[in-house]
Design a protein around this ligand. Sequence first.
Ligand code: SF4
Ligand code: SF4
Length: 382
Amino acid sequence: MNHQLASMRLLRKHLKDHPCLESYYDTAKYIINSFRLPAFYEVSDRCNLKCEGCYYFDADTFQPNLSVRREYDAQWNNFLGNEVIKGVTMPYFLGAEPALEQQRLIVASNHFNRGNVGTNGSIFLDPEIKFRISISAWSASEADDIRLRGKSALYQALKLYQGDPRAIVLYTINSQNIAQAKDIARLCQEHGLPVTFNLWSPTKKLIEKLNNFTGNDNNFFRISTPDASLRFSNDDLQLVRDTTGQLIEDYPDTVIYSHAYNRWSTTPGPLYKLDSNNVAENCGSRIGGQFKYYGMDLASKPIKCCTAAIDCNECRLYSGGMSSHFLPLPEQIDSLEGFLDWLDIILTIGRIFLRPETDPKAFTSKLDRSSIIKAARKAISQ
Ligand code: SF4
Ligand code: SF4
């Protein structure tokens, strides 16, 4: 029996035994269906920050081409029209910094009802842009923000997006900013913004530079040294797990994260099965088939994922991690606990990437999702 068939049998059994979970499973199916055909669109090859270890401006993969930008604008509208006809259900707009190319996003808003923009939040996105806005944050301390990203970005983002229903803060945790997650959760609560977590992951180039260290530069390798980089030790991972796990409990209306995903993403060692080239075989973010990544020339790029410079061996990025959970393995859901964990992850993904305004079905109504899951767990333990 193949994995999918075995998983379906287990799902059906759990639902038969616990009909109260049927509505949550329906919501999970709706969310998964929203990601049926994703596509990545690179809308900008410029950025106003210099984050340590940036995956975009990587010496091995970044190829700027000024003439391409003008052609891009002329063709963008027709190109997107064709993408809608092809049936893309979840467009991701990324860069470098997409907020530097707002007109492209406004045009895209006329084509797609849902979508996701990954931004550093330092520039306000026009209200005509209706997509989910994921704002990357790296530090709650202004001095550390400048040290890690070249400029202070968080406080500007909080000011610009306070209470904006499109926005969610994505705190990128590294080995040096774990303790600040608490301040970030508090700040987000104070500014009426939800927050979720992403685990910083090194590029292959950065690892190479650390292994053959000859000094730093003024760009994306300013502060890392072999003895003090942003990479995680196993102890760091445990601390991340404990810290974010506690924040889920302390800030239930602000922190959008899943205990099950937290445990998975902080497990020591590679999270994926790697092929002979050290590329993750079972990562849900792998480009292939109808799932495309379009570069600044609007051509589909044959790259492994949207963060191609990252080393799969150490990758803990939320993009790959979350999307790798859409199809559960039988061993993940062979107990009711496992099934509830999986449901919890999928419902969390919906709340991170979708908006109630565009996808009301992805948001369970009055009853609190985590309370239901806790109640179901309690019922099986009795
Ligand atoms: S905001 Fe993104 S593109 Fe800009 S430097 Fe940071 S990681 Fe790179
Ligand atoms: S998202 Fe997936 S394919 Fe991309 S670097 Fe991470 S593990 Fe590798």
